[in-house]
Design a protein around this ligand. Structure first.
Ligand SMILES: C[S@@+](CC[C@H](N)C(=O)[O-])C[C@H]1O[C@@H](n2cnc3c(N)ncnc32)[C@H](O)[C@@H]1O
Length: 153
């Protein structure tokens, strides 16, 4: 995930479904350049509080992350209403097997998804990865021990 995210252009919007404690959102924020926003959806209000506190204690890179509380079925359609534009990448990590359902929701106009060559749409859960991405990026996803060349500051 971090290898693919690192190759992404700055200034776009990334959607994460499933924040939990904010660990992956923070990793993405650290790998992306300034100007990129990460919108992370979390259904469990306790997880949301933990994530917001963890991010608040994590330095300025975490300012790129916004945690939204609610079920993705309720939150995803609001992007269209808010006219916030499209997502360049989507990280689906809510667990379970709702990737097709979520992708359909995204593609059906809830909000649009750009799948550019350097911006894969990914599904990653419990060690198994499937992705719509170029072969080189798929290889990156399949490696579980990629170092994250994080940018700090
Ligand atoms: C595997 S954890 C996410 C881990 C996180 N991405 C990370 O790597 O740090 C899954 C999270 O998705 C949340 N979740 C489950 N179903 C959801 C839904 N329908 N909408 C939003 N969040 C959901 C759960 O409450 C849980 O916190």
């Amino acid at each position: 995930m971090t290898a693919a995210i690192r190759g992404a252009p700055t200034g776009g919007q990334v959607l994460e479904i499933g924040t939990y404690c904010g660990q992956s959102a923070l990793r993405m924020a650290l790998c992306l350049g300034p100007g990129t926003r990460i919108h992370s959806l979390e259904a469990d209000p306790v997880h949301m509080v933990v994530a917001r506190n963890m991010l608040a204690a994590s330095g300025k890179a975490a300012a790129a992350v916004q945690v939204w509380t609610g079920h993705r079925k309720d939150l995803l359609p609001r992007w269209r209403q808010r006219e916030c534009g499209s997502f360049a990448a989507v990280f689906m990590d809510q667990r379970g097997s709702r990737y097709d359902e979520d992708l359909e929701l995204l593609e059906s106009g809830a909000c649009s998804v750009q799948a550019q060559s350097s911006w894969p749409i990914t599904s990653w859960s419990q060690g198994s990865v499937s992705a719509v991405a170029p072969p080189a990026l798929l290889q990156c996803f399949e490696s579980k021990s990629l170092p994250c060349p994080m940018r700090t500051g």
